[in-house]
Design a protein around this ligand. Structure first.
Ligand SMILES: [Zn+2]
Ligand SMILES: [Zn+2]
Length: 253
């Protein structure tokens, strides 16, 4: 199974794209601006979208993805998996006929393009041969991380989160953990902003990673573009065994 990184930045500009991963051909994990680099053919192949949360950097391309493929999928729905709270936020603030049409009613309710599939923390949805489990997350809005279990190994993506007891309990009970993708959005000098925004900085990353009891490759995501080099330098200076995730890289698992 392949997890392709379409976007892994905390912002845009140049090569930076916000969070989105393509799991093989048919499953999208988050729908940030990284989705914009996919071909029309690849967009058409997406049958399932799993969202960590409703912040704009994780959903920016969702409305346009739906609009782009709406007339071409010949009635085949796209299923959006997310917490009920996240679905409600999207319904109230995005698919409200003002920001964007409600694709769960287009062309009509019984043949709609967009189908919501609520997934609460701890629940596993098996799609396209992958067991995808919603993991606990601590953020400013309802959020989850995901455990992606191919049957051979598991990639954990923490989403936007400061970690927390429940998250590490879930990660440390993963049978076949191979890779942990974890955010570090801010440098140490922005520690108070990171805390207020429920993101990590290198100092809090160090505290959180100390709670990991299993061996795993650690990949850092969601670096703010203006400070990405500084954040990586700070992580290196702390002696943490981790490297930056790269747009375009493919994780085999
Ligand atoms: Zn967020
Ligand atoms: Zn984010």
């Amino acid at each position: 199974m392949q997890l392709k990184v379409l976007g892994c930045s905390g912002g845009i500009g140049g090569e930076n794209r916000t969070t989105a991963f393509l799991l093989d051909e048919h499953v999208l994990i988050d729908a940030g601006t990284g989705v914009g680099s996919l071909s029309l053919e690849s967009l058409l192949a997406i049958d399932h979208i799993f969202l960590t949360h409703a912040h704009f950097d994780h959903i920016a391309c969702l409305p346009m993805l739906l609009d782009t493929v709406a007339g071409m999928r010949r009635g085949a729905p796209i299923t959006l998996h997310a917490r009920r709270d996240t679905i409600t936020i999207l319904q109230e603030h995005v698919f409200n006929w003002r920001i964007w049409p409600d694709f769960s009613l287009i062309p009509d309710e019984s043949n709609a393009l967009l189908h919501f599939s609520p997934q609460e923390v701890g629940e596993t949805h098996e799609v396209a041969g992958c067991r995808i489990t919603a993991l606990p997350a601590v953020h400013t809005v309802p959020a989850v991380g995901f455990g992606l279990d191919s049957g051979k190994s598991t990639v954990v993506f923490s989403g936007d989160s400061t970690g927390g007891d429940a998250f590490w309990a879930a990660v440390n009970s993963t049978q076949n953990l191979a890779t942990l993708i974890i955010e570090t959005a801010f440098p140490v000098r922005e520690a108070s902003l990171a805390h207020a925004a429920r993101h990590l900085c290198p100092a809090t990353l160090q505290c959180e990673l100390a709670r990991l009891t299993l061996p795993a490759e650690i990949l850092i995501t969601h670096l703010k573009p203006a400070d990405s080099e500084l954040i990586l330098h700070e992580i290196e200076a702390l002696g943490l065994s981790a490297r930056a995730l790269c747009t375009g890289e493919v994780i085999e698992f």
